[in-house]
Design a protein around this ligand. Structure first.
Ligand SMILES: FC(F)(F)Cc1cc2c(N3CCN(c4nnc(C(F)(F)F)s4)CC3)ncnc2s1
Length: 495
């Protein structure tokens, strides 16, 4: 692994966002791999100055906030930290003991131990700004993602090309070996869970398991690993304030990666970009909804519809915008994904997501719609809309199916109370406009209709021979309404 070369040096000192954008563009400009450790240290040092240790005093009264200047990042600061990382990694691993071009499980465990032993004993693991090698090298602290990324960056320093980051919606690990066939845990997950570092992620572990996306995680290339550290940028200064500069830098870098196609297989990064565009739209760029739809298409194309977040990003956006029908549909689609999984104790993050939707966002949405007299009087309200009602039922049906066969229960009394509250807001008449059948029943129904058509044909034959006064008509075929991508159909009649 080469050190910092002219290709990097010539961009320093970094004085503005465009300097960083140019530095990143240069990293993809030739056959060499982008330098993961170097880029992570650069992003971490900028983030530190713009969020953690803001040089510019931040005026309490936000209306008169002083526009913080972009920090000047000197080459020697970055170079010193990069050299520290390379020295730590190379001095801790005796490569003569690991012959061959591909990493071995023992070596992966060894490198994970090197990062692990560089961490301070006790600290709040889910604090902000612990995701970069800047945090590791200056504060000996990393979050779950940061440890996994640090292992991959360390392997790049050691000259390995086969060790890559694997990302699910709430966990990270590595793939390695010939054809990336091997997997290994390299970091911890959640609170109070024994870490499984060094162990492979077998089919038995990942099957129907949301934490491992049922074997459909994002397997990163070097370019997608860069997208991951850009996506992991955290512009927040505190619970209520974000650094405008840091957010703008993240947005610029994500568009640059988007234009190079490095977000095509990374739905969560597209979701992050959609959120940034909602906050601060970029001229002549796709709208947030279009970006969220690209994330959904990516999950369909590359991950067999096993990802939940693309739909919850879209649902959250529509909810914020008051587009309640669209929010309901996105949440029903999210539930149609989670229903394929069995809920286990390490799935708290996605549990909290659905809990918030069912017990907070949905009830509040129903309350505000119920209050809209005009649309209610004209029957245009969501409460009279069979499709909205069908999506509402599909949402809860997905959650119930998620709970079925799970070792851990999902629902409790609050879920039931909120269901009754929201369900009761729909106008009773809407129930007459939908027919519900799962995939199985549909076949029976079709068989019935086929038989009826045959009988109809026989009657017509008979009629042609023996004219009769009247012929009973086959049942009127209802317009079948594709209400979801996953094959479940909720038939809605023409209301
Ligand atoms: F590596 C881990 F362990 F941290 C797992 C990863 C998380 C994550 C992410 N996230 C997590 C999901 N996330 C969401 N923000 N809003 C979400 C939604 F609920 F609105 F959908 S999901 C923020 C960014 N964004 C890019 N990449 C990754 S890789």
């Amino acid at each position: 692994m080469a050190g910092i070369r002219d290709r990097e040096k010539r961009h320093f000192p970094l004085q503005q966002i465009q300097d960083v954008v140019n530095l990143f563009k240069d990293q993809f400009s030739d056959s060499d791999e982008p330098n993961l450790a170097f880029l992570s240290i650069v992003l971490g040092s900028i983030e530190h100055i713009l969020t953690v240790n803001r040089a510019v005093p931040y005026n309490r009264d936000a209306s008169k906030c002083i526009e913080p200047i972009f920090p000047v990042i000197q080459l020697d600061t970055i170079q010193a930290l990069f050299t520290k990382f390379v020295t730590l990694v190379k001095s801790s691993v005796d490569l003569t003991q690991y012959p061959g071009d591909f990493a071995t499980r023992e070596l992966v465990k060894r490198v994970s131990d090197v990062i692990w032993s560089g961490l301070t004993r006790a600290y709040y693991k889910d604090k902000a700004h612990l995701q970069s090698l800047y945090s590791f090298l200056t504060g000996n602290k990393l979050d779950c993602f940061g440890v996994a990324f640090g292992v991959v960056a360390a392997f790049q320093v050691l000259g390995y090309k086969d060790v890559h980051l694997a990302l699910s919606e709430d966990h990270a690990w590595v793939v390695f070996g010939k054809d990336l066939k091997e997997t290994a845990e390299v970091t911890w997950h959640g609170k109070g869970n024994e870490d499984k570092r060094g162990q492979p992620i077998t089919v038995g572990v990942s099957e129907k398991n949301w934490l491992y996306l049922n074997g459909q995680p994002v397997i990163c290339s070097r370019e997608i690993e860069v997208a991951a550290i850009v996506s992991a940028i955290n512009p927040s200064i505190n619970a209520t304030t974000d650094s405008v500069e840091m957010g703008a830098l993240q947005q610029e870098l994500l568009w640059q990666l988007y234009d190079m196609g490095h977000l095509d297989k990374y739905p969560m990064a597209l979701g992050n970009l959609g959120d940034l565009e909602e906050l601060c739209p970029t001229l002549e760029r796709p709208l947030p909804v279009q970006i969220f739809d690209k994330a959904i298409e990516s999950a369909k194309t590359y991950y067999n519809e096993q990802h939940v977040y693309p739909y919850t990003y879209l649902g959250a956006y529509h909810c914020r915008k008051g587009n309640y029908r669209e929010a309901l549909k996105a949440w029903a689609d999210a539930a149609s994904v989670i229903k394929k999984y069995n809920y286990t104790r390490e799935d708290e993050e996605i549990y909290k997501e659905f809990l918030e939707i069912a017990n907070d966002l949905l009830p509040n949405m129903m309350k505000s719609v119920a209050g809209e007299n005009a649309s209610r009087l004209h029957g245009t309200s969501l409460l009279h809309d069979p499709e909205a009602y069908a999506n509402f039922l599909r949402f809860y049906d997905g959650i119930c199916q998620w709970e079925e066969d799970s070792p851990t229960p999902v629902l409790h009394i609050t879920w039931a109370k909120q269901l009754v509250f929201s369900l009761g807001k729909f106008d009773p008449k809407v129930r007459n406009y939908i027919d519900i059948h799962g995939e199985g029943e549909e076949d029976e129904e079709e068989e019935e209709e086929d038989e009826e058509e045959e009988e109809e044909e026989d009657r017509r034959d008979l009629e042609r021979k023996v004219p009769q006064k009247e012929v009973t008509k086959g049942r009127k075929r209802k317009r079948s309404h594709k209400n979801s991508e996953n094959g479940d159909e909720y038939e809605t009649k023409d209301c």
